[in-house]
Design a protein around this ligand. Structure first.
Ligand code: NAD
Ligand code: MG
Length: 380
């Protein structure tokens, strides 16, 4: 039995991970659960169901209330999350926290020698080289959970990276595919939250509408696989059945195909290096729709270009981009700015930033704080 800690257990990925655990009896023991605190009743119910040996909620009030409700210890604050991430009993930590808050528990898990299944892309965007170097130094495995990097990872298993010419990440195109910049000026948060193929948390859903999510995945894949961003291409694939492709040195293209169901990549990351049968609905190839591929429109979706620029420059820029995006997405969801103010604000924040190297968690924290502050200045 693999002993598992799930960070972000009340979110979209966390809940689907618990479905995977439930569906594969005898594979896992849940030894730790942690979350932010917004859905404390759900978290309390999870504690009763799974009875983990460690539990943590970042919001101290929520931790106190959940502890009282279930009559057990619930560790408060970001330190609680780090304690859960480095829990001695754990073999594998699934990091499904959203945002920069996922970085310190990632480093804590690695420092404690735990393998980490990474859904939290913001940590890899903000401090990818630091995370991968720490993992290498500790000899721990980082397994991607995000469907596109998971697809690339699976395609490259048993293959030498010297055979890789380039990576092609697929993008659904989001709810606003085909719109002009003029159309996008007036779209609402409700429209942005209506993703055509995936059901996800609100932040990543808005990032999917701006294509910032795909931009983050370019940086995420570049850091995880140590491939320069110039060798990572993005193509819009509306059906979300091809989860990504690799082009090999002889020009042969390998594609990873399956239903748009996150339980597949979650199950792969949790059961790696095994591949037990999956109970999830399968793709009926004979009745699958025609598969299309197209280049993204750089005029309507400038976030993609900004991510390439930040990813190429490296240092603190990706962390600043990611932090500013968290602030601007929240402002958009709160109705305080328009959809296109997200790329406008990001452009302003990046151009005003004086870059520095990120060699420790403190550097990433400084970049994150500067990105947030610059985004708030833009909002004001
Ligand atoms: P979500 O909003 O549904 O859930 C987020 C989880 O993080 C919740 O459990 C919440 O309590 C927790 N959290 C939030 N702030 C926290 C904090 N400060 N400290 C501790 N916990 C905190 O988000 P999601 O859609 O599940 O996404 C989680 C991560 O996975 C994101 O980085 C996202 O980009 C990535 N991801 C998600 C999907 C998907 O299908 N949902 C796909 C690929 C990648
Ligand atoms: Mg993805």
């Amino acid at each position: 039995m693999k002993r598992l800690v799930i960070l972000g257990s009340t979110g979209s990925i966390g809940l689907q991970a618990l479905e995977v655990v439930e569906a594969l009896p005898g594979e896992f023991q849940v030894v730790g659960l942690a979350s932010g605190g917004a859905r404390e009743d759900l978290f309390a119910a999870q504690l009763e169901r799974w009875r983990p040996s460690v539990a943590a909620l970042t919001l101290p009030d929520a931790a106190r209330r959940a502890a009282r409700a279930v009559g057990r210890e619930v560790l408060p604050g970001p330190e609680g999350l780090e304690t859960a991430a480095s829990w001695p009993e754990a073999d594998l930590v699934l990091n499904a926290v959203v945002g920069f808050a996922g970085l310190s528990p990632t480093l804590a898990a690695i420092a404690a020698g735990k393998d980490v299944a990474m859904a939290n892309k913001e940590a890899l965007v903000a401090a990818g080289p630091l995370v991968t170097a720490s993992a290498r130094a500790k000899g721990v495995t980082l397994l991607p959970v995000d469907s596109e990097p998971s697809a690339v990872y699976q395609l490259m298993v048993g293959r030498s990276w010297s055979e890789l010419d380039r990576i092609v990440l697929t993008a659904s195109g989001g709810p606003f595919y085909g719109r002009t910049p003029a159309d996008l000026e007036t779209v609402t948060p409700e429209e942005a939250l209506h993703h055509p193929t995936w059901r996800m948390g609100p932040k990543i859903t808005v990032d999917s509408a701006t294509l910032m999510n795909k931009g983050f995945e370019v940086i995420e894949a570049s850091r995880l696989f140590e491939v320069p961003v110039e060798r990572i291409e993005v193509l819009v694939h509306r059906q979300s059945l091809i989860h990504s492709m690799v082009v090999l040195t002889d020009g042969v293209v390998l594609a990873h195909v399956g239903p748009p169901d996150m339980r597949y990549p979650i199950q792969y990351a949790l059961t790696h290096p095994r591949r037990p049968p999956a109970p999830w609905p399968r793709l009926e190839l004979g009745t699958a729709p025609a598969l299309t591929l197209a280049r993204p429109d750089p005029g309507a979706f400038p976030c993609l270009r900004l991510a390439y620029e930040a990813g190429r420059a490296g240092g603190s820029l990706p962390a600043v981009l990611s932090a500013a995006d968290e602030v601007l997405v929240e402002a958009f969801l709160g109705g305080r700015i328009g959809f296109l103010d997200i790329p406008r604000g990001l452009e302003r924040v990046l151009s005003g930033h004086r870059a520095f190297e990120i060699t420790a968690l403190e550097d990433a924290r400084r970049a994150d704080a500067e990105g947030r502050e610059a985004a708030r200045a833009f909002l004001a």
